[in-house]
Design a protein around this ligand. Sequence first.
Ligand code: HEC
Length: 149
Amino acid sequence: MLRKNTLFISLTKVSLLVASMLILQACSNGIDVKHRDPDTNRWYTLAQVEQGGKIFLENCTSCHGVKAQATKKWRVAKEDGSYPAPPLNGTAHTWHHPLNMLKDTIKNGTKRGMPAWKNKLNEQQIEATIAWIESHWPEKVYQAWRKRH
Ligand code: HEC
């Protein structure tokens, strides 16, 4: 009997711990993606889009294209076996990823050719860049992303 109770208590503790970790994780990016800015009707402001556009132009267009369109052949491997940068404009799978994951990819890069930017761009600049990227997403894609995350 005693044993059963102890097991029950530790299970409760574990689920509380998991629940609080999930809540912390949800808050950790400090951005509420459900927020609607009065100008954009999205989580970001027009000022962020403007700032992000400059950052993107300076750092990202060489691979992702001036309108984040990259190439339609992003699924086809290049001769050296590596893959081209994907479009970020809503036509590929960027909208499958929550904000935290997009931030993480930009900060730390990936093994498949995305450089890391954490030594060059700060948190606020990265958020502005994502705002500019998402400003290229059609409403349908944005709403699908917002619902999913
Ligand atoms: C040297 C080329 C290159 C540059 C410059 C570059 N990227 Fe990338 N980026 C890539 C490649 C290649 C991938 C795909 C990586 C993978 O599949 O692991 C990628 C992936 C991404 C993704 C994830 C897309 C998705 O759908 O999962 C984001 C977001 C992104 N880049 C944003 C940026 C931003 C913002 C900048 C500028 C600050 C930038 N990239 C600069 C090559 C580049």
